[in-house]
Design a protein around this ligand. Structure first.
Ligand SMILES: Cc1cc2nc3c(=O)[nH]c(=O)nc-3n(C[C@H](O)[C@H](O)[C@H](O)COP(=O)(O)OP(=O)(O)OC[C@H]3O[C@@H](n4cnc5c(N)ncnc54)[C@H](O)[C@@H]3O)c2cc1C
Length: 509
């Protein structure tokens, strides 16, 4: 049963075998797998329950409905914008549906350097998750105009790329994926694992924010939560008694929840090692209108500049990016007339972003009020790598036929023509605050590892310092992944769920 907390002010008590917190790529999988195996599950999600019928493709409605902080979250210094979900289904509801498994060299690094055990079992989880999400290769007819142009440009330059896999079935190619799929084609958690968890008897509470976990005795945990009204204001209370708690609130909220609970910090690593996969964007103006969102917005992917076999710790990938007016405006320079001048060309604008496989790291902790304090600094090497990435985006846009390329430096933006080259980008570089950086993949803040002195959770996601409390979301990645993360997050969550089932009923005590 799915209960909308916004319509149910009051004080509630639940008791279950397992309480799952957060309903995105990690939480939905854990809840469905455990409920389907007969465990009694309560799932708490702070965001609202919205269905494809509610997705009206308008940014002013969808950003507040589906995104944390209406998509306006940033690092403490404002240098990196962070987009992540706040709704039943989490970030999978508005993501762009690229599907990649964790690259083999990254899994090898996690095993060798971070002593994560038995990652071979992840292969079964990948298969189960991909089946459940309908993962398939994007067919050539589905590659939209912008992606086709960029593919041609990359091929002209001799750069390697590929048409990716995705989790859409019966896609009508409206291109509004990032505002929620109104057609129910994107196989997000909202239309796959959440209904499965519901059918299997999980009790799902939307608009219910977990505030802390009390771990008074083994086998007896209590989650203290707040029921929220439609505007996010407290209007009720919830307490869940459970033997096992699985935190799946995402890499920003999970360490905050553990911090509020005084848990998970015996290594001093809780909230540390934040990787962001920061991106920098160049916008190309083409001669003819592209309406670059139309079709499947991201299908092609350039991996020429990442070679994980030889160096699993650095590199960058290039991905097309299409924008609607509000999100595009937030990455373009200027205000008023200047900004309007750029936005007038929106139909002819197509973007390419460079996404960094970052070594740089940051931290998440509780700030003043209810705002998290998110800190992140690029290392000099990563600044250089992102600068190279930005140069590559510009080169590919030109080779794809763009007449001009806009690089949105905050002061004095660059508008480049092919004859200008990219020397100016090298000179200016990529520095926090000087050019917009965006992250859609915060990760690693409760990293997994075999050594309790350097990691927060063990190889199956259980806190090193507290039995029966698990983490199953993107926070457990031991390092930056270097690839789109939803499938790896879901597969690791599936593996954690199988582990909990194997240890049942021991975990009750
Ligand atoms: C714009 C965008 C595009 C993306 N595109 C892709 C893509 O193409 N391919 C890909 O692989 N990945 C993509 N991603 C990333 C992918 O969606 C995430 O990797 C994945 O969803 C992370 O799963 P998660 O479970 O860690 O967190 P989420 O899916 O973000 O779920 C966390 C949930 O926990 C809830 N929560 C937080 N705090 C609390 C609390 N205290 N109490 C209760 N609930 C709480 C949140 O509201 C949220 O719903 C994209 C992300 C974004 C933002």
């Amino acid at each position: 049963m799915i209960t909308q907390g916004r319509t149910r002010p009051g004080v509630y008590r639940e008791s279950a075998e397992v309480c799952v917190i957060g309903s995105g790529a990690g939480g939905a999988v854990v809840a469905a797998e455990l409920a389907a195996a007969g465990r009694e599950v309560v799932l708490l999600e702070q965001g609202g329950y919205h269905t494809p019928n509610d997705f009206d493709q308008r940014e002013e409605h969808m950003l507040p409905m589906l995104f944390e902080n209406a998509g306006m979250s940033t690092t403490e210094d404002g240098a990196v914008g962070i987009l992540h979900g706040r709704c039943v289904g989490g970030s999978t509801v508005h993501n762009l549906a690229y599907c990649f498994r964790a690259p083999a060299p990254i899994l090898a690094l996690w095993e060798e350097k971070h002593e994560v055990r038995d990652l071979a079992s992840l292969q079964d989880s990948f298969e189960r998750v991909e089946r459940a999400l309908g993962v398939q290769r994007i067919i050539p007819e589905e590659v939209n105009l912008l992606n086709r142009k960029l593919q041609l440009g990359a091929e002209r330059l001799g750069y390697h790329g590929l048409v990716a896999k995705h989790n859409r079935i019966g896609c009508v190619r409206s291109g509004f994926c990032i505002l929620g799929c109104a057609y129910g084609s994107k196989q997000s958690m909202l239309v796959t694992y959440i209904p499965r968890a519901d059918r299997a008897g999980a009790r799902i509470w939307a608009d219910c924010r977990a505030d802390r976990i009390e771990a008074s005795a083994p086998g007896r945990r209590r989650v203290v939560a707040t029921l929220l009204d439609a505007r996010g204001r407290a209007h009720g209370e919830m307490e869940v008694e459970a033997s096992v708690v699985v935190c799946c609130a995402g890499a920003i909220a999970t360490p905050l929840l553990l911090e509020a609970s005084g848990l998970g910090n015996s290594s001093g690593q809780r909230g540390r090692n934040l990787h962001l996969h920061p991106t920098v964007i160049a916008g190309g103006i083409f001669e003819e209108p592209l309406h670059s969102y139309y079709g499947i917005p991201q299908s092609y992917y350039i991996d020429e500049f990442i070679d994980l076999e030889h160096d699993p710790r650095s590199g960058h990938i290039l991905m097309p990016i299409a924008g609607f007016p509000v999100l595009t405006a937030s990455t373009l320079p200027g205000f008023g007339r200047e900004l309007f001048g750029y936005l007038r060309d929106l139909p002819r604008l197509g973007g390419l972003l460079a996404l960094l496989h970052d070594q740089s790291s940051g931290s998440v902790e509780r700030g003043s009020g209810d705002r998290p304090r998110i800190r992140y600094r690029l290392t000099d090497e990563d600044r250089h790598e992102l600068m190279r990435g930005l140069q590559h985006t510009v080169e590919v846009l030109w080779a794809s036929g763009a007449e001009q390329v806009i690089v949105a430096y905050a002061k004095d933006p660059l508008v480049l023509r092919p004859e200008d080259g990219t020397a100016e980008i090298k000179q200016r570089g990529v520095r926090e605050g000087a050019i917009p950086l965006t992250s859609t993949h915060p990760q690693s803040t409760c990293r997994m590892g075999g050594d309790g002195k350097t990691s927060v959770v063990n190889s199956w996601g259980e806190l090193h310092d507290t039995q029966g409390i698990f983490v199953a979301d993107m926070s457990v990645f031991p390092t930056s992944l270097g690839a789109p993360p939803q499938i790896t997050t879901a597969a690791l969550a599936d593996r954690t769920a199988q582990h909990i089932l194997q240890r049942w009923p021991e975990l009750r005590t």
